[in-house]
Structure formats: structure tokens, C-alpha cells
Design a protein around this ligand. Sequence first.
Ligand code: SAH
Length: 253
Amino acid sequence: MAIPPRRASFPARLSDSAGAGSVRATPVAQRQPVPPMPSGAGMDSQAVRSGMVERLRAQPGMHPQALDAMSRVPRHLFLEPGLAAQAYLDNALPIGHGQTISKPSVVARSASVMLQALGARPAKVLEIGTGCGYQAAVLACVADEVYSIERIRALHELARRNLRALRLPNLRLLFGDGMAGAPVGAPFDAVISAAAGEHAPPAWLEQLRPGGVLLAPLGQPQRLTVMRKLGAGRFESRVVEQAHFVPLKSGTL
Ligand code: SAH
């Protein structure tokens, strides 16, 4: 079940004490037995997932590497068994604590917009809002190194459990308030938020490298927005599409 890395994984391994403040880094791939896979109504078939990917391919603006990642990550593993039969439909579904797993088309579009905006495989990506860990796994297939931060401890731990079997050594899960970004991993080529705020918190923009991009649902009504850092304090931005994400909240639970 492990997803083989497309490239040799980066060598750095964060220890639990490497995080700043209340942020702790947890390596996902731990040398433990692979737990049994939930089988959920035959949803572990590659054919069902391929059908989803072909429907995504028909949408404009999908990047081939994003589609490849979508075909490699088993979305049903991130859902409770009762919802697994819906895993490859284009639905947002509940993951507990009032949060949802993003629609496959939203995950594919976010990864596609990032890859197109950067024009190369990103070295380092920060995801705000790990939730169940699905998008983090997709991003770990298209970037050398991914950090993903979640403010609800129970979801951070759910994601860790969901991701263990996939053995993605280039993915680091952090518990903390993502409004402050993740100084432990900065600077990033891309910051992708799965939660919607009125404005981009300054830390996200500060932690981008020059040329790096922020992709976040911003404003009211929400619009998925790309901001590129031109230099210190200088940005250009464009709206991708209307969006419907859960709200960005401060503090931890
Ligand atoms: N990435 C998930 C989507 C999860 S929904 C997927 O793969 O489907 C968005 C998540 O953002 C929720 O789990 C919510 O708790 C989290 N979130 C909201 N505000 C946050 C913040 N300030 N820091 C970190 N996570 C936050």
C-alpha cells in the first residue's frame, strides 16, 4: 500500500522537539506494521479511482502530475467505513469535529494551480488545515517535501493514523495554529490553505520564498485566490474561482 516516492525523499528528519512553540513535527512514516485496510464496498479498487481521475481530466486546467497523484492516493482510506462507498464521487464529506474532506475536484485543482504557477516541482509546500490528511498525501506526491498543520488535535491524530499505511517519508504533520504558518519549515515554494479567511495572515506571505505562491480561499464571498510573492512585501494576485471552504479559525482545540 505504500506509495513509492517519485524521487528520493529528502534526508532531513525532524525530531519532535524541532517545532517552534506549540507546533510539533510528527514524521508520518514510522516503522510499524501496516494496519489492515478498510475495504469499504470494493472502493479499494484502482479501477474506481481511475474513473474519478478520468472525470477530473475532462475538467479544464488539470495538471498531469496532479492527476497522477489523484490516481495514486486511495481516498477511501481517509473516510469512515460508512462513507467509503462515496469516496470517488466529487463530494465533500464529513470527517468529524464539524470539518470536511475537500472535494476531489478542489484538491486536484489546487494542486494543478500550484504546479502551473510554479512551473516546476515544488521543493517545499505548507498545507494549512490537514483535516483527515487526504490533500496532504496528494501534495506529498507532487512536491519534494510537505508540511501540513492542523489546529484540532483529534484531526491531527486521525490524519497521522490515516497516513501511516501510505508511508510518505516526505510528509510532516504539525499540530498548531496555522495562522502563524510553520516557521520550522519556512521558506516555502507554496502555501495552500484548506480553510477560508477574510485575508491571508501575514505569516503565510512572509514564509513564502520570492517567486513562491499562496493559494487560499479569501474574502466574503469566498474566492480561491493565488498570490505570487514578487519580493519582500510585493505580491500579485488573481482569483481562480468561487470557493466553499470551512472557516479558518485561530487557536488550537
Ligand atoms: N485538507 C483537508 C481539508 C480539511 S478541512 C482535506 O484533505 O480534505 C480544513 C481544515 O482546516 C479543518 O480540519 C480545520 O480544523 C483546519 N483549520 C482551520 N483553521 C485552521 C488553523 N488556523 N490552523 C490549522 N488548521 C486550521
